[in-house]
Design a protein around this ligand. Structure first.
Ligand code: AKG
Ligand code: FE2
Length: 392
């Protein structure tokens, strides 16, 4: 698995979420790459908040298997998953993990049984919405005393998502709170998930049977929701994104010259657009495919590292109707991609930026039909991944 040239993504300061110029910068990055960094300085997190969340994650993953068993992942996608449960990218992957949202349990079980002899490299612990500070799922003994801190971290993630969603609304020139009111979990349940992730190093006995130059730690996928936050640790690389040219580009943990590494209190938070927000904006915002590998540097290192990440998948309130975002910028994009579609029909050629969001776009709403809800969008996304229907 050859490393290619790392991608250079912009680092955006979100300390003032009401600055239209920052909104434009955010929109441009989201429309061009689907990925961007947020400067850790202007967020709601202190270094201690992030360090502590990683500590809790390590504490959990190093706890005895019998303890983790008490919170094994359920149909609602909450809980622990100790081996890979689905193949995200079966053509190019021997091992991997799921991609963030609800897993239909009967499928999960079947796939798990199909692959029982292959160990996955990534281990995950998913937390769904908390209510009044309480987890709505069983917590393992190692985490029971830390319920308040886990909830606190999820709340900080939510606050940062509120900044990002406000800036995206500004960039799209719609009402500032267009997205945030629709992500307000005090108005209903959401599909949002906080996830701890652990990828054992190349030296780990659990990855010993892997071909590190071929196997991946998490298969190629896009995320399902609105936006995703990814927290990474220095010295634990592995994420790659698919460029519009169709090649894999590593994403540095700390962007810019190494000397600037000290510029951030903790590595910038990586933000990416998910399928739902891409759909909602008719593909203007890109839901970019990504994966996690054993990087070449790690394969050659005398001291390869485990990789720990924290991920927050932000989803709208389930009942949100995905009405077309009332933005002139989205409308212009829709118009242009309509022209692109006509061009494609004539010539069979799809220009690189002519892709629309998963399942088409919210703007294709047929008059007289009601829009999809966020929950229905998620279900249709799952149906495409797993080939099942809701009634199955
Ligand atoms: O851990 C990572 O680097 C990426 C995780 C990811 O893409 C996911 O869980 O959807
Ligand atoms: Fe992902």
């Amino acid at each position: 698995m050859a490393d290619t040239i790392p991608i250079e993504l912009p680092v955006i300061d979100i300390s003032n979420p009401h600055d239209p110029a920052v909104g434009k910068a955010m929109l441009n990055a989201a429309a061009k790459y689907g990925f961007l960094y947020v400067n850790s300085k202007g967020t709601d997190f202190t270094v201690e908040d992030v360090d502590y969340a990683f500590e809790l994650s390590k504490k959990f993953f190093s706890s005895p298997a019998q303890e983790k068993e008490t919170c094994r992942i359920q149909q609602n996608n909450r809980g622990w998953s100790g081996m890979h449960t689905e193949t995200l990218d079966p053509d190019h992957q021997r091992v991997g993990h799921d991609s963030g949202s609800l897993i239909p349990w009967h499928r999960t079980r079947r796939l798990t049984l199909d692959m029982i002899n292959r160990q996955g490299t990534s281990k995950t612990m998913n937390f769904g919405d908390f209510k009044d500070g309480k987890a709505q799922q069983p917590l393992p003994p190692s985490l029971v005393p830390h319920e308040a801190e886990i909830n606190g971290f999820a709340e900080l993630c939510n606050k940062t998502c509120t900044r990002v969603l406000t800036l995206l609304a500004l960039g799209l020139e719609v009402q500032e709170d267009f997205f945030t009111t629709r992500h307000d979990s005090s108005t209903g349940t959401t599909g949002s998930i906080l996830r701890y992730l652990y990828y054992p190093s190349i030296f780990s006995p659990s990855t010993a049977t892997y071909k590190h130059d071929k196997d991946v730690r998490a298969g190629a996928h896009s995320d399902y929701g609105s936006i995703t936050l990814l927290f990474q640790r220095p010295g634990q690389p592995g994420l790659e994104i698919l460029t519009p040219e169709g090649s894999w580009a590593p994403v540095p943990i700390v962007p810019g010259p190494a000397a600037e590494a000290g510029a951030y209190p903790f590595p910038p938070i990586l933000v990416n657009i998910g399928d739902l927000l891409s759909y909602w904006t008719d593909g203007l915002l890109k839901s970019t495919v990504h994966r996690v590998v054993f990087p070449l540097a790690e394969q050659r290192s005398p001291n390869p590292q485990d990789r720990y990440t924290l991920v927050y998948f932000c989803h709208p309130v389930d009942k949100t109707e995905l009405v077309p975002v009332p933005s002139g910028i989205v409308a212009a994009h829709r118009e242009r991609t309509g022209i692109v579609a006509a061009h494609r029909e004539r010539t069979g050629v799809v220009p690189a930026d002519g892709r629309v969001g998963f399942g088409g776009g919210a703007g294709n709403l047929v008059s007289g039909k009601r829009p999809l809800t966020a929950h229905e969008h998620l279900m249709s996304r799952l149906a495409a991944t797993y080939g099942y229907t809701k009634d199955e």
